[in-house]
Design a binder for this molecule. Structure first.
Ligand code: FE
Ligand code: FE
Ligand code: MG
Length: 170
């Protein structure tokens, strides 16, 4: 049955919103896995602080995937059913950790967050005054991604500073 909830969407096709959300859905799963695996392989100085942050972010990305999936279903769409499609639909891709050093891991994660901020800002621009519910959900996610970037940058700075101090003592 046609949804009244969809009839309040004006000036943008519901199919277009579903398409954008499915791309974000792919991003969230890949971001989740990136944090999931980084937290396990990370090495080096102050790695415990990094592990705590990476674990927290993994949980957030999985929660974002859930929020996006729920909205896709509300709109009458279907979230991507096959993980293979994550790689063909993603905006931000997947950065396989190659260097397990904590600073390199944080650098990869920061890049991912910066891409997420860019992607969600674009969806916000596209849905503003058109699809208020998606706009609201995406705004909540964007606030988390901005916090993620800040947490990682602050941690990266703390670790770099600590390394500098240790070297100064030599
Ligand atoms: Fe996210
Ligand atoms: Fe994030
Ligand atoms: Mg955090």
């Amino acid at each position: 049955m046609a949804r009244v909830g969809n009839s309040i969407i004006k000036g943008i096709e519901v199919e277009e919103v579903i398409k954008l959300l499915n791309k974000a859905y792919a991003d969230e799963w890949l971001a989740y896995y990136q944090y999931y695996i980084e937290e396990k392989v990370v090495k080096g100085i102050m790695k415990d602080a990094a592990i705590a942050e990476l674990q927290e972010h993994a949980a957030d990305e999985l929660r974002h995937a859930d929020m996006v999936a729920q909205r896709i279903l509300q709109l009458g769409g279907t979230p991507l059913l096959n993980p293979k499609k994550w790689f063909t639909h993603t905006n931000c891709g997947y950065e396989e950790p190659k260097d397990f050093d904590v600073l390199a891991i944080l650098e990869d994660a920061i890049k991912g967050e910066q891409c997420a901020i860019k992607t969600y800002s674009e969806i916000i621009e596209i849905t503003r005054n058109k699809d208020i519910v998606t706009y609201d959900i995406v705004s909540q996610i964007l606030a988390d991604e901005v916090e993620h970037e800040e947490d990682l940058v602050a941690l990266q700075e703390d670790i770099s500073e600590f390394i500098t101090q240790i070297r100064a003592k030599d």
